[in-house]
Design a protein around this ligand. Structure first.
Ligand code: NAP
Length: 335
């Protein structure tokens, strides 16, 4: 094992899209665990849109010049607690670094399921999948046969939403994504019926063409113009599941949302946002739902894996720019 640990630290507040110069890779000796703690070598890292939100000077945001945090999977390589035996694979939140010292209460020991790769615990079985699952089952309360529109359909949450919606018996599935190649992937692999590239014109026209009969549910990862278009396309008793607003995270002066809110009344539409952190208790339920489908092959994994911790910043910036299809995951050399 190497004796040098790397951490990624944010050194400047980005204006618009972050760049590599807003971050530094900092070297230090691999830390030693004290009594009651264990040393984890991280294997897989998640980089997420919420990290971008935390990079601004906002309450609860990242502090400059300290290691960033994020979801990660690692292996216990030295332990001074019986709660974390050496060799155990754990989930924890000290990401953006090669090594972490953790205590048993700071980690989740992962169940192992036959034929399910570890990366699934950062994609469909992790917070990404849980977000999709909560959105469909608790917020939309999707019923069999209902038609959906999903914005940001080719990302981690978007692909999980499409696949889960299919398994839950959704009707017509319409999505939006940032390229023709992503649209083709979604139709071919994920089971979407129609997908448009949102660069191809006004979202209201593209959505009308893709869903001429309207939809019952809108799962929104993007906000802005696509949200406005979806309000127009929703049927009576439609539901809007507000998951994220990625069209704004890199925009220093985002336009205020403009949609016809009178339609919320006229069509008895319910719009509800949520944070997945309030639904952690559904983790086991998600596993019970998704694992048998993963094992049978009915549920595929949509992941873009970037090799090498040294590429974690590029992977993060690339994700913000749409270079991923499915959940973006960074894989370490020892994974
Ligand atoms: P992701 O979708 O895998 O990656 C981000 C994607 O956003 C990119 O691949 C890019 O794809 C798209 N994008 C970037 N700029 C855009 C723009 N201006 N307009 C439209 N699309 C744009 O990321 P994720 O982790 O699955 O997250 C998706 C959304 O869910 C984010 O808004 C995130 O904040 C939110 N989220 C919320 C919760 C919660 O608890 N509520 C939890 C997890 C995630 P294209 O090529 O298609 O543009």
């Amino acid at each position: 094992m190497t004796d040098i640990a790397l951490t990624v630290q944010q050194t400047a507040r980005p204006h618009g899209f972050p760049t590599a110069s807003d971050f530094a890779f900092v070297r230090s000796p691999v830390p030693a665990p004290g009594p009651g703690a264990a040393l984890v070598e991280n294997l897989y890292w998640s980089v997420d849109p919420y990290h971008r939100e935390m990079m601004d000077d906002v309450p609860g945001g990242f502090t400059l010049d300290t290691p960033l945090e994020g979801r990660t999977l690692g292996r216990v390589v030295a332990s001074r607690t019986p709660g974390l035996p050496e060799g155990e694979i754990v989930f924890h939140r000290q990401g953006w670094r090669t090594h972490a010292v953790v205590t048993p209460v700071e980690v989740r020991r992962l169940p192992r399921f036959d034929k399910v790769p570890l990366t699934a615990f950062l994609s469909v079985l992790g917070g990404t999948g849980l977000t999709a699952y909560v959105g469909l089952t608790r917020i939309a309360r999707l019923r069999e046969g209902e038609d959906l529109f999903v914005s940001g359909a080719a990302g981690g949450v978007g692909t999980a939403t499409g696949r889960f919606a299919r398994l839950l018996g959704a009707g017509r599935l319409v999505g939006s994504a940032g390229s023709a190649a992503k649209a083709a992937y979604l139709r071919r692999e994920v089971g979407y019926d129609a997908v448009f590239d949102y660069h191809d014109g006004p979202a209201s026209r593209l959505l009308r063409e893709a869903a001429p009969e309207g939809v019952d549910v809108f799962v929104d990862n993007v906000g802005g113009e696509q949200l406005a278009a979806a309000v127009g396309a929703l049927r009576e008793f439609g539901r809007i599941v507000r998951i994220g607003t990625i069209s704004q995270y890199n925009d220093p002066a985002p336009a205020p949302p403009r949609f016809d809110y009178a339609q919320l009344v006229e069509k008895s539409i319910r719009m509800e946002g949520f944070l997945v952190s309030h639904y952690r208790e559904l983790q086991e339920e998600l596993h019970a739902f998704a694992v048998p489908h993963l094992q049978s092959g009915r549920l595929g994994l949509d992941e873009t894996v970037v090799d090498g911790f040294e590429h974690i910043v590029d992977a993060f910036v690339g994700m913000l720019r749409g270079r991923n299809t499915g959940k973006i995951i960074v894989r370490g050399a020892t994974a």
